[in-house]
Design a protein around this ligand. Structure first.
Ligand code: QNM
Ligand code: MN
Length: 249
């Protein structure tokens, strides 16, 4: 099904320069509504619903299961990682290409960051049983992730009734930002400690697609650190200190 190019490249350029870049630089987050339009947005939603129906979304973490409590642990978010080239992900691929274009326009104006690569897309579903996601920072320790980008897919979302609001606690600011996970809404925010955030308990099925854009230098450094740590552990594993290691626990 040929998608109607809802946004032209010129539209994207204007959107990036007039909306996204200034907001990221001043507030550290920004969202855009009506990115794809009804038709293409629906196509993405249908493909995500099909993934949910077919069981492609696997249970993420156990939500609310604190060790030792008898509180019934409720199933939390379900996720799947897609590159976009999978069968049945054509609309998701179209979305990812559009976001890539938008980010590439922004990058040249976001200071010296070399953002040339991104993660696969994480398709997430909160089942609507009250599960949410505790307050966290996506990239607290320089793993390379620079910009978090979330595309929401939820029609007729009523936050009063359904909850599921993303609350961002911008570092050092006296206010919080409550963002409803509305259909065809695209959100950007810095992935590091500037933007702790939580997903409040959701009482209706809540779909979102997240991609993380890497700062190539930070990513390369993180890979180097991880490789050094692996070498160190293997060295320890092979020498007789291995026995010490076992007895030390
Ligand atoms: C399912 N889910 C998440 O929803 C968020 C997150 O911050 N979501 C914000 C949102 O959906 O508005 C995450 O950051 C996250 C990180 C690792 C694994 C799963 C994760
Ligand atoms: Mn997060």
């Amino acid at each position: 099904m040929p998608f109607i190019e809802h946004v032209s490249d010129a539209d994207l350029e204007r959107l990036a320069l007039e909306r996204v870049v200034p907001a990221l630089l001043s507030h550290g987050f920004c969202y855009v509504d009506g990115l794809l339009g009804e038709l293409a947005g629906d196509a993405v939603l249908e493909q995500v619903k099909e993934m949910h129906r077919s069981g492609a979304l696997q249970d993420g973490r156990l939500a609310g299961s604190v060790r030792g409590t008898h509180r019934k642990s409720i199933r939390g978010d379900k996720i799947a990682w897609v590159s976009g080239s999978e069968r049945g992900c054509e609309a998701i691929s179209f979305l990812l290409n559009l976001i890539d274009k938008l980010i590439s326009v922004c990058v040249s104006r976001l200071g010296g960051k070399a953002i040339r690569e991104r993660s696969k897309a994480m398709v997430a579903c909160y089942p609507g049983n009250g599960a949410g996601y505790v307050k966290h920072v996506d990239n607290p320790n320089s793993d390379g992730r620079c910009i978090t980008c979330i595309y929401y897919l939820n029609k007729n979302w009523n936050a009063t009734e359904h909850g599921g609001v993303l609350r961002i606690f911008p570092e050092g600011k006296s206010y919080v930002a409550d963002i409803k996970p509305l259909f065809d809404r695209l959100l950007f925010f810095w992935s590091d400690r500037r933007n702790p955030h939580e997903v409040q308990p959701s009482y209706s099925t809540r779909y979102a697609i997240t991609v993380w854009y890497f700062d190539s230098e930070e990513r390369a450094e993180a890979k180097r650190r991880f490789r050094d740590l692996t070498v160190l552990l293997l060295q320890n594993f092979n020498s007789n200190s291995y026995i010490w290691y076992l007895t030390a626990w």
